[in-house]
Design a protein around this ligand. Structure first.
Ligand code: ZN
Length: 375
């Protein structure tokens, strides 16, 4: 039986975005600390996989660097030049908080290449599905500038690679990072061969993006689905959106490959967002995507790490995801479980109406049956 793959490289943890505090640069009254996006959340996830004995049960996949040509399938050459120049010198901002440290260009190429390698591993049948612990993250990066700690848009570059190399007509990119996947949306906004679905906290970041009515343009109309959920949405609200929006649309689209931008920042303890998803919630997200992949594309499912800023909790959320993908249960149980109250598992009326608003908007493109049985 084919295994679940796990991809990472130590250098992912060596990308240095300097000192800041959450999403602000240090200075003035802001004492120097690390930015929210730092190596710890990711390194501790890898450490937990190791210490729990999970790593040897997964197929280890080594990333390669993306070529410049592959990166330029999405990014404009002058932006790629800018990143390289900053990286070769003393670093700096390549856009809107897209901080490049010394040597970050090569690491960002390896992160985009990691997403590409992960796609190849699944498409070539080396693994059934794969988790790529890519860093720096990618989903905010637009064609002409980086944004929100994202330098190159790993997932957009990997999806374009998949389409080209394997002649795919239908790729699904689903983004459950708590922030809107504006860069990936831009990449496929006029494209009907890549369906982009972003589930995010309403008006968090970028503030003016990710609205329900942004549903694609030209032949891409209807192939861009934004699901903005109210702050405080927990496991039940998210699953309601998965079952009532994502599932019927994906069943009609019938993807040949599924790529997920897996940001674990909807988590209960995230300092940059206000959602309430638990490790068990993430398990259910991954289980759900696996089910869709098995139904439509022989299980071909690629997850790429994006955000997630609770160093204490992201490892448990991410491990739960890999458990669901692989069907292997470890002995690790969520030690924070006792902290969660019933609201996490309650579907509130304002969450239900947020989902209904998306269904109403999307009904002009996709069919939603009122009597669908929610599985
Ligand atoms: Zn995020």
């Amino acid at each position: 039986m084919k295994k679940t793959g796990f991809l990472y490289d130590e250098s992912y943890f060596w990308h240095d975005n300097g000192s800041g505090a959450l999403h602000l640069a240090a200075g003035g009254w802001v004492q120097s600390h690390t930015y929210g996006e730092d190596p710890e959340t990711k390194r501790r996830f890898k450490n937990l996989l190791d210490i729990s004995g999970f790593t040897p049960k997964l197929k280890s996949i080594t990333p390669r660097r993306a070529t410049r040509e592959e990166v330029e399938q999405f990014h404009i050459p002058s932006y790629v030049d800018k990143v390289k120049k900053l990286s070769d010198a003393d670093g700096g901002d390549a856009g809107q908080i897209a901080i490049v440290g010394r040597g970050s260009y090569e690491i960002a190429l390896l992160s985009a290449g990691g997403a590409i390698t992960a796609v190849d591993a699944v498409m070539d049948g080396e693994v059934e599905n794969i988790y790529a612990l890519t860093r720096p993250p990618g989903h905010h990066a637009e064609a002409e500038e980086g944004m929100g700690f994202c330098i190159f848009n790993n997932v957009a570059i990997a999806a374009k690679h998949a389409k080209r190399k394997y002649n795919l007509d239908r790729i699904l990119v689903l983004d459950w990072d708590v922030h809107h996947g504006n860069g990936t949306e831009q990449a496929f906004y006029e494209d009907d061969s890549t369906l982009f679905i972003s589930i995010h906290q309403d008006r968090l970041f970028p503030r003016e993006r990710g609205f329900v009515e942004h549903c694609g343009e030209g032949k891409g109309k209807g192939y861009n689905v934004n699901i903005p959920l109210p702050a405080g949405t927990g496991n039940a609200g998210y699953m309601h959106a998965f079952e009532n929006i994502v599932e019927p649309i994906v069943d009609q689209f019938k993807p040949e490959l599924i790529i997920v931008s897996a940001g674990q920042d909807p988590s209960f303890f995230d300092p940059l967002a206000r959602m309430m998803v638990t490790a068990n919630g993430f398990y259910r997200f991954a289980e759900f995507m696996k089910k869709l992949a098995e139904r439509h594309c022989d299980g071909r499912l690629v997850l790429c790490h994006e955000g997630g800023y609770s160093a204490a909790y992201v490892p448990f959320c991410s491990l739960a995801i890999v458990e669901a993908m692989s069907g292997i249960q470890t002995e690790v149980e969520d030690p924070f479980m006792e902290s969660f109250g019933p609201p996490v598992e309650t579907l509130f009326p304002h969450e239900e109406s947020a989902v209904q608003a998306v269904i109403d908007q999307q009904s002009q493109f996709w069919e939603f049956s009122a009597d669908r049985v929610v599985r």
